[in-house]
Design a protein around this ligand. Structure first.
Ligand SMILES: [Zn+2]
Length: 100
């Protein structure tokens, strides 16, 4: 995207559900194969300890990121969108003005 396009772009909502599904899918595959590798090369008990810890860490991270994204969409995005609706771009000086 050009600098101008970025400057005048409509503020986009976060996509918490899609992000969570992608992260959980990638993590599940990684943890599964990571666990298989650790079990095969190091020790099975270690894999049985590490996998739930990794899963819990991913769940915690996804949960906090999802709630942050939902909060952004609910509280901050409406203000950004309203400001964007009020703003306009001057093709002479290239500045973005609000109101008018
Ligand atoms: Zn101007």
């Amino acid at each position: 995207m050009s600098e101008l396009a970025k400057r005048v772009a409509r503020p986009e909502p976060e996509t918490p559900l899609r992000d969570a599904v992608v992260t959980l899918g990638v993590s599940a595959v990684s943890i599964f194969f990571g666990g298989v590798v650790v079990a095969a090369l190091v020790s099975e008990p270690l894999a049985f300890v590490l996998m739930p810890i990794a899963a819990a860490a991913v769940l915690y991270w996804v949960f906090s990121r999802t709630s942050r994204a939902l909060r952004y969409n609910r509280t901050e995005l409406p203000g950004h969108l309203a400001a964007w609706q009020r703003s306009w771009w001057c093709s002479k000086c290239g500045k973005v003005f609000e109101g008018g």
